[in-house]
Ligand binder design. Structure first.
Ligand code: SF4
Length: 216
């Protein structure tokens, strides 16, 4: 963000009070925090100050774009580092599950399960099975299922990993993060460790629903 001093340099310096501030300095401070509009300084509308106005407009535009979006969980109000959205053209973030059931599970099957630590029953489509671990797309609670699809009950599953696209500040590999999966029906912030990162695509392991405020 530009310093108040730099913004003030572009203002007319009349200290006329027409903007509601006694001096240009007060207006510059408010502009730096996106609290006022450039239009409030009527003096800036003069033709001879056109360049100053353009410079300030550019600043306001950039300032709005770099504003940090606050992402918070609904259930406990915990702040997240970022939101996790599905990978390109996928219906939801990928989850990797350990399934403890002895019921045979195959690719493309719809399973009904409760993730360990979560009170909500999930329905998901199995998209890959690798060393007995299931990669799934969560497709929602029962009411979203089409009536033609039968779900196989597999009981409790442990969620090991998430894969998806980051919206927010990009973390580092190895960092412990708090994130909000876009498909989470409880709006619950999860924690985990970044193990893969390519642009804004990531894999997060060691998923936990226990999130402490001090987790960074
Ligand atoms: S209206 Fe413009 S010139 Fe007058 S005090 Fe406010 S910022 Fe300064």
């Amino acid at each position: 963000m530009k310093s108040v001093k730099e913004i003030e340099k572009q203002l007319p310096g009349f200290n006329c009070g027409a903007c509601g501030f006694r001096e240009c300095h007060g207006f510059a401070s408010a502009l730096a925090k996106n609290e006022v509009s450039i239009d409030n300084c009527t003096v800036l509308k003069q033709e001879r100050l056109k360049e100053n106005r353009t410079a300030l407009q550019k600043f306001v535009h950039n300032n709005k774009n770099t504003e940090k979006i606050e992402i918070k969980g609904l259930i406990d109000g915990v702040g997240a580092d970022f939101a996790l959205h599905p990978l390109d053209k996928e219906p939801s973030c990928r989850e990797t599950l350990i399934c403890f059931s002895s019921v045979p599970v195959e690719k493309d099957m719809i399973i009904r399960y409760r993730p360990l630590g979560c009170p909500i029953i999930h329905f998901a489509r199995v998209i890959e099975i690798n060393h007995n671990l299931l990669d799934v797309w969560v497709i929602g609670p029962g009411k979203l299922l089409s009536r033609k699809e039968d779900a196989t009950e597999v009981g409790i599953c442990m969620v090991l990993s998430f894969q998806g696209t980051i919206e927010g500040e990009t973390p580092k590999v190895g960092q412990t993060v708090k994130f909000l999966p876009a498909h989470c029906m409880m709006g619950k912030v999860h924690s985990g460790i970044i193990v893969q990162l390519e642009d804004n695509k990531t894999r997060i392991d060691c998923i936990d629903l226990k999130v402490w405020q001090h987790t960074v």
